[in-house]
Structures are given as structure tokens and as C-alpha cells.
Write a protein that binds this ligand. Structure first.
Ligand SMILES: O=C(O)CCC(=O)C(=O)O
Length: 385
């Protein structure tokens, strides 16, 4: 812990109360939430698009049904049960081989309870310049806790099916065009009294100085919420900040008397099954979870094809290479397989028609062959910009 003054978890929780109330009032004033409505062409309703581009976020209410949410909860509980018992272990807490050790990229990122692993460091392109408060965890807290789970499409069939959700993919096509492509995915786990913070940041890394810079150039992220979220454990955003290029985060904190409780921010409070979209240029972050409530947010993003083609990767495993058409196609194929995996489980649901694979659907059915060829280690090909 590097905070100069040691803060108890209870004091941290208490210090959030007034900020939470103000944020909730501001969120209610802005609105920017409601059902996910599509037009006759199967694309996002214009008023929702306008609201998203104006504020940089939107909360879609009640998108994922209760049975699917339950299945995702159960499956993710199963992953946590079978995670490595410590950050470097190869076995789980039952002494059995930990889940996911067959994949090249380890599925779990661990942190110290209530810590901020990125703030004030050079990690992830140095995009989190300020370290958040790191309250003192309870005496019986574990040494390390799971912070992120990577690779939901290979770890969980329910995760793969979620990735092929027709309404969510229609949102991606509406924001990023018919030839939209993936970014990456991560499940954020914030256990009560243990979950760490995500320091204030903007996600985009590569295109800030581009002559073609615009408000959509760094794409967006979905978060599917599996539990009710509260201002104490949820993601906060500063509406409108996606429009003005890079934000001087250090200066904003300094102007706020050094406090991480930035003015103007709103909490994205959700019910289970709600899905948020957040522009990757929007200033956002979340606080140490000193609340009694678990948050699990299934997070996956999409880009415009043109933003990614030729871009030199950032944040990813293979960060030195430029993304060429083949690399993009390999990663985008996961979308098509996910669409088919979903159709196999929900045959009565209208499947999403993904333009780049429209003429190749037979080669990308969900089966043992595509599990090996397309899905295994797909996240080494994430398209991070
Ligand atoms: O959900 C969170 O707490 C952080 C999410 C985030 O920072 C991101 O998706 O970029």
C-alpha cells in the first residue's frame, strides 16, 4: 500500500456517501437509460444514438433475461471456485489443476485486496496517471483476490453465447458500422470489501493525434451486469469528456484538491441484466469496493474496422505488430462462431447477420473444429488501440 495515510475500509465507505448521492441526482437528471430499441432496419433508434454520442454512455435496461444471467453467474462462480489458489499457483483451492491453464494467456489477474494496480504506474500505456485510495482490508482478507478474468469465449460457452447476442451486435453495427470488429473482453470482479479500484482513465491509446480523430475512433465497451450495482461498487463516468481529446487527469484531480471524487461524474447504477455502453474516450473509473455488494461486469468492446486496420497494437499481448486484414479477420471470426453457438442454444431467436462473414457462415459454425481453429487462444489476437 502506498497511500500516505492509512484509511480504514469503513472510513472509505463513509466518505463515498455524499458523493454517491450527488452522482445519483446528476445521473437522474441526464437520464440516458431505457430499453434497447432498434428501428425497422435493425439498428439502434436515432434518439438513443444521439443521446450516446452526446454524453458518451448509455444504460440499456433489462436486456439479458434472468435465466441467462443466472447461467452466467453460475458459470463465473465455477471459474472463481477453480481459479489458482494463489496468483502463481497451478492448482485450485481443492488441489486440482486450476481452470484455464491450457490457454496461452492466463485467465486470471490477481491484485491485493482493495488496491489500485494501475493508477500512477506506466502500465497499459500509462493511461491511469493518478493512484486511487487503497483502504486497509479486513484482517482476515486473503492475500490476493481475482480482479479480472480474461478469455470468456474460451472459458465459458455461456460467455461465447453472450458475445453473439443479436441486440448487442446490432448496437455494435450501429455505432461502428456493418464491418465492426472486436476489441477485447474481461470480466471485472469486485468482491465485497475486497475488490480493487480502476483509476480514472480514458481507454483509447493510439489515435489521439490522428488527423482523422473523432468521437468514435477508439470504439466502445459493453458491460453486462450480473448483480445490482451501486454507486459504491459501480463504474463512474464523466459525461461528455469523450468529445474533447485527451483529458489532463492529474490536473483535474489537483483542481479537485487532490480528491479522486471528481466533480461532474455519474455512477452507472444497474440492475442485473442491464447493459451499459461506454465510449472508450470517456473519462471513467471505479473505486475500491468497500461496500457489502458484489459486482461482476462482463465487459467486451468493439471497434470500427478502419480504426484498427494498420494500427500498431496497444495494451495487448503482441503489442509490436500492426494489425493487418488477416489478423483482424482471425479475431472477428469469434463473432461469427459466437453467433452460431447462440443460435444452437436459442434456435427461436433471430440470429445476427454479421456482414464480414455473411458468405462464410458454414465455415464458422460452433463445433469441435472451430473450438480449436477459431476460439482457442483467440484473445492473443485482441485488437487493442
Ligand atoms: O468496470 C470497471 O470498474 C472498470 C472498467 C473499465 O475501466 C474499462 O472497461 O475500461
Amino acid at each position: 500500500m502506498t497511500n500516505a495515510v492509512e484509511l480504514s475500509a469503513a472510513d472509505h465507505a463513509a466518505s463515498m456517501a455524499a458523493y454517491a448521492e450527488t452522482g445519483l441526482r446528476r445521473a437522474a437528471d441526464i437520464g440516458n437509460r431505457g430499453p434497447l430499441r432498434l428501428n425497422d432496419a435493425g439498428r439502434l433508434a436515432q434518439d438513443i444514438l444521439d443521446a450516446y454520442w452526446k454524453h458518451g454512455f448509455y444504460v440499456f435496461e433489462n436486456v439479458i433475461g434472468a435465466a441467462e444471467v443466472d447461467e452466467l453467474r453460475r458459470d463465473i462462480d465455477g471459474l472463481l471456485e477453480r481459479a489458482p489458489v494463489t496468483r502463481d499457483a497451478t492448482v485450485d483451492k481443492h488441489g486440482k489443476p486450476a481452470v484455464g491453464t491450457e490457454f496461452t494467456r492466463p485467465p486470471f489477474t490477481f491484485i491485493k485486496p482493495l488496491s489500485d494496480p494501475w493508477g500512477g504506474t506506466k502500465l497499459l500505456g500509462g493511461r491511469h496517471p493518478h493512484q486511487m485510495l487503497q483502504p486497509k482490508p479486513a484482517a482476515d482478507a486473503p492475500e490476493d483476490v481475482v480482479y479480472l478474468i480474461h478469455g470468456m469465449c474460451q472459458l465459458l460457452e455461456s460467455g461465447l453465447r453472450l458475445y453473439g447476442h443479436p441486440q448487442l451486435l446490432a448496437v455494435a453495427a450501429s455505432l461502428n458500422g456493418e464491418d465492426f470488429v472486436p476489441f477485447n473482453d474481461a470480466i471485472f470482479v469486485k468482491q465485497p470489501g475486497l475488490g480493487g479500484s480502476v483509476a480514472w482513465h480514458q481507454d483509447g491509446v493510439t489515435h489521439w493525434e490522428s488527423p482523422d480523430w473523432n468521437i468514435g475512433i477508439h470504439g466502445f465497451n459493453f458491460q453486462v451486469q450480473l448483480y445490482p450495482t451501486t454507486p459504491q461498487n459501480c463504474l463512474w463516468v464523466v459525461p461528455g469528456t469523450h468529445e474533447h481529446g485527451r483529458v489532463d487527469i492529474k490536473q483535474r484531480i489537483a483542481d479537485n484538491g487532490g480528491s479522486e471524487q471528481l466533480p461532474g461524474a455519474v455512477p452507472l447504477v444497474c440492475n442485473p441484466g442491464d447493459v451499459t455502453i461506454v465510449n472508450r474516450q470517456l473519462l471513467h473509473g471505479s473505486f475500491a469496493n468497500t461496500s457489502p455488494d458484489l459486482r461482476v461486469s462482463v465487459t467486451f468492446g468493439f471497434h470500427r474496422y478502419q480504426s484498427v486496420l494498420g494500427a500498431k497494437g496497444a495494451l495487448s499481448q503482441k503489442s509490436e505488430e500492426a494489425y493487418d486484414a488477416q489478423r483482424i479477420d482471425d479475431r472477428a471470426a469469434v463473432i461469427q462462431v459466437a453467433i452460431d453457438a447462440r443460435a444452437q442454444k436459442y434456435p427461436d431467436e433471430q440470429r445476427f447477420d454479421y456482414a464480414p462473414f455473411r458468405d462464410r457462415t458454414d465455415a464458422f459454425r460452433w463445433n469441435d473444429e472451430t473450438r480449436e481453429r477459431v476460439i482457442r487462444d483467440y484473445n492473443l489476437n485482441d485488437l487493442a488501440i
